[in-house]
Design a protein around this ligand. Sequence first.
Ligand code: HEC
Ligand code: HEC
Length: 338
Amino acid sequence: MNCLSRSFRAVWWALPTLLLGVAVAAEKSAPPLGLPAAPVPADNVMTPEKIVLGKQLYFDGRLSADNKVSCASCHDPAKGFSNGEQFATGVEGKKGGRSAPTVINTAYGTLQFWDGRAKTLEDQALGPIQNPIEMNMTLDAVIKKLNGIEGYKTQFKKVFGTDVTSDGIAKAIAAYERTVISGNAPYDKFKAGDTKALSEAAQRGQKLFFGKAHCSACHAGPNFSDNSFHNVGVGMGKKDFDKGRAEISKLSGDTGAFKTPTLREIAKSGPYFHDGSAKTLEEVVDHYAKGGTPNEWLDEEIFNIKIAPTEKADLVKFLTEGLSSSDYPDHKAPELPK
Ligand code: HEC
Ligand code: HEC
């Protein structure tokens, strides 16, 4: 056998492997069942190196003044990427007045925060670092600190071609957050034709969710959010209540309105609502069943839905069983650069 035919043979062998490789790569980057591909801004393309860097920054307490509070302290993978408490606890145990929303599927959000005051994940990321009751750093201080860590300096050079910058920190963290995705839940499998994916009770709950209980009026689309703001009668009736979206939009109609959160992985991210006032999903459903707390800005889609106790249980079953994926993004803290 001469050399030429041998290399021909090699090509024929390599071809299917190559094609297979491409298919595997495509499958990896494809979104999970039930979700479209998450949008990625043109100026922040996702690269493996950038995601690795963003994940380190996300889990690194050194981004805070006391070296103890990281993004993961309040958005912990073990707690549904929230913190399991009513309010967030930042440096020196300081508490804020709103609960920590999940980071899961924020890639699909068109506005960030309960009141939508940040447009993108990149805009959002530098907020908590500088918030005096969260991580309490100035950008100058955090940049100086990270530039003093050799491992970060080299990675920023590789990923962005610069030293550590605030722009790079925001971009890397946002790129990592876009990998915190949950789809392929029993709900999606059922919808795709697997009739055994949901229990009878969860199926009854699903009918209620999209029917009589009216939940899908706002928790709509693949991510169960209309990306809009509503007053669902939470935290109302107090003198100094949180005005929510109205503080940003300056529209009185937005008073007490907050962003519709995703419901994917909702079983893991309690307590619920912007003020963490509902400990359980049963309490959430009770709140909706009675039509929320009456107030002059209450959304017209919120009213007494008149459901029986067994129906409430079915609804909760749909939320917990139906929307919890077996592919939960159970990320572990990575090794941090020295
Ligand atoms: C001390 C707790 C705490 C820390 C630390 C913290 N967050 Fe948050 N995060 C919150 C709270 C509370 C909110 C909601 C605030 C609001 O809406 O006004 C929030 C909101 C968000 C949102 C918006 C989610 C949505 O659905 O609108 C994202 C994304 C986010 N944080 C990411 C991060 C990142 C990235 C870091 C680290 C750089 C971080 N957080 C650090 C408590 C924290
Ligand atoms: C009018 C729109 C609307 C309707 C209808 C609606 N929701 Fe909501 N939902 C929201 C908004 C907005 C929030 C955040 C409210 C707040 O915290 O003040 C929310 C919050 C939640 C939360 C808490 C999520 C979290 O991360 O804290 C759950 C669970 C929930 N809704 C489930 C339901 C169920 C179940 C139904 C049907 C019985 C329903 N929703 C009907 C808009 C709506």
